[in-house]
Design a protein around this ligand. Structure first.
Ligand SMILES: *Cc1c(COP(=O)(O)O)cnc(C)c1O
Length: 491
């Protein structure tokens, strides 16, 4: 079995000092030109409020800083180093073509205040992306503004609020399911709603009866992830949508799992009123490490008037920004959203086309089901059914051999594999949620399966994993409770 450590290159790095420890007085990574304006007295400018002692910052040259961070980066699991099967997060390969286009000078040198007549091509890209997202969902309106999945949820909920307020109603309840992502109740609470949660049936689907039981005239809407976080397409979705609509409650679909349904089903066709996309999942804009996300929303006819402004419009090839919608909830993001992400998503959609996008989802489903077929004899599947793009396993039957979810996940790190999502969804005990995505080849999937089987058959469950990495497993409770964020200078 190969280990990632073999692949860290020619440099043998066994330990890394802190920048503070590498600091040497006088080193500097920048050079400033000689002053060519009159010097001013900054003590006076700040009325003697300047700090008394020099800030204690590490002093290093540019190559020292570059090498420090480059070395640290090789300690990581990353999508560019190996399979990253983090369920629900769709960690797929980010095509370099997208990056090439997004980094071109025509795009990077753009300024949001450039006059519209200079920015026609960019408005066209935004307009076309909106149109594509409308087609993908079968819904009549799109806003590109929200900058993350969760912000898309929040925006969608503000629209639902505005819809009811416009009718003179102050509905205060949002229904969520126990298979929903934690952001669903969080966004609803942030938008001022009370949350009622319904439990999924034993087969993994939300039942009509559970929704009926909590539906009343205070319910503004329901948030459902579809496909849900067990990887199933909600089979009662049509009846649930009808039930909600008969009560004038709206249906919010968490679209973070769109990677499973591109070209296969459209939320607009089954009654969704609002859905968010995660461009940084489904549409290959990079994510992880806190990079910018993008969470556009699509809405039904009912919510069109409330969409954020400005909206990109097209009148015979003349693109403009329209601010005059009196019922709009306003802006949810500075300028127009994370434009660099729109470019990447637009490239991806244009490069693949209708049939390519459909194939993405078909292959994502195929890959997940291949993993399921290969692992079903070693890992337990607590809720079995028609899995789409991801499979939730757990550690039942392994406890007597000393293995549990966390231990399996941590041991995978020794094989250069990022751990899957663990202990989520909450409705499954000790969940281990695997989403391979369509960008993994059969041989990568086989390597993953072989690694996992190797761990379970030959690993030592009494060991603290990972053991072949630079940093071993930390005490998670201590790490969260006893933060040590300051460096103690030795002087
Ligand atoms: C990732 C995810 C979200 C949140 O998206 P962010 O961009 O991280 O805010 C919401 N719902 C589901 C199902 C997700 O997988």
């Amino acid at each position: 079995m190969e280990f990632l450590n073999k692949n860290t290159g020619n440099t043998v790095v066994l330990e890394e000092d802190l920048l503070f420890e590498r600091s040497h007085t006088g080193a500097c990574g920048i050079g400033l030109p000689k002053l060519d304006v009159p010097a001013i007295n900054i003590q006076k400018l700040f009325q003697n409020n300047l700090r008394k002692n020099k800030a204690r910052l590490p002093e290093l040259s540019e190559p020292e800083v570059v090498r420090h961070f480059t070395r640290l980066s090789t300690w990581n699991c990353a999508i560019d180093l190996g399979i990253y099967p983090l369920g629900s997060c769709t960690m797929k390969h980010n095509p370099r073509l997208n990056e090439e286009v997004a980094r071109s000078s025509e795009i990077c040198e753009l300024h949001p205040y450039d006059p519209l007549e200079w920015s026609q091509a960019h408005l066209q890209i935004m307009y076309e992306l909106q149109e594509d997202l409308k087609n993908i969902t079968g819904m009549p309106g799109v806003s590109l503004q929200p900058s993350a999945g969760a912000q898309g949820e929040f925006t969608g909920l503000l629209l639902i609020s505005a819809y009811h307020r416009n009718k003179g109603k102050n509905r205060k309840t949002i229904i969520t399911a126990d298979t929903s992502h934690g952001t669903n109740p969080a966004s609803a609470a942030l938008a001022g709603f009370n949350i009622v949660q319904v439990a999924t049936g034993s087969d993994g689907y939300v039942t009509l009866d559970s929704v009926k039981a909590v539906l009343n005239d205070d319910v503004a809407g329901m948030m459902l992830t579809n496909p849900n976080t067990l990887g199933f397409f909600e089979k009662n979705i049509l009846q649930i949508a009808k039930l909600l609509h008969d009560n004038d409650s709206l249906l919010y679909i968490d679209g973070a799992n769109m990677n499973a349904v591109l070209g296969l089903s459209r939320p607009g066709d089954y009654g969704a009123d609002v859905i968010q996309f995660n461009l940084h999942k489904t549409f290959t804009t990079p994510h992880g490490g806190g990079g910018p996300g993008s969470g556009p929303i699509a809405v039904s006819e009912k919510l069109l008037p409330y969409l954020p402004i400005p909206r990109v419009e097209n009148s015979n090839g003349n693109y403009s920004l329209n601010y005059s919608f009196s019922k709009s909830i306003g802006r949810v993001k500075a300028f127009y959203g994370n434009y660099g992400m729109f470019i990447r998503a637009w490239c991806y959609i244009k490069a693949l086309g209708d049939t390519g996008l459909r194939q993405v989802s078909e292959n994502a489903i195929l890959n997940a089901n291949y993993i399921k077929s290969q692992l079903k004899d070693v890992l337990h599947i607590p809720v079995d059914g028609n899995h789409l793009h991801e499979v939730v396993f757990n550690d039942k039957n392994l406890k007597d051999k000393g293995w549990d979810t966390s231990k399996i996940a941590k041991a995978l790190i020794d094989y250069g594999i990022h751990p899957p999502t663990v202990y989520f969804p909450l409705c499954v005990k000790n969940a281990l949620m695997i989403e391979p995505t369509e960008t993994e080849s059969k041989s990568e999937l086989d390597r993953f399966v072989a690694s996992l089987k190797e761990i379970l058959s030959n690993g030592d469950s009494s060991v603290i994993y990972p053991k072949r990495v630079f940093r071993e497993k930390v005490d998670e409770t201590k790490a969260a409770r006893e933060l040590k964020l300051t460096y103690k200078f030795k002087d």
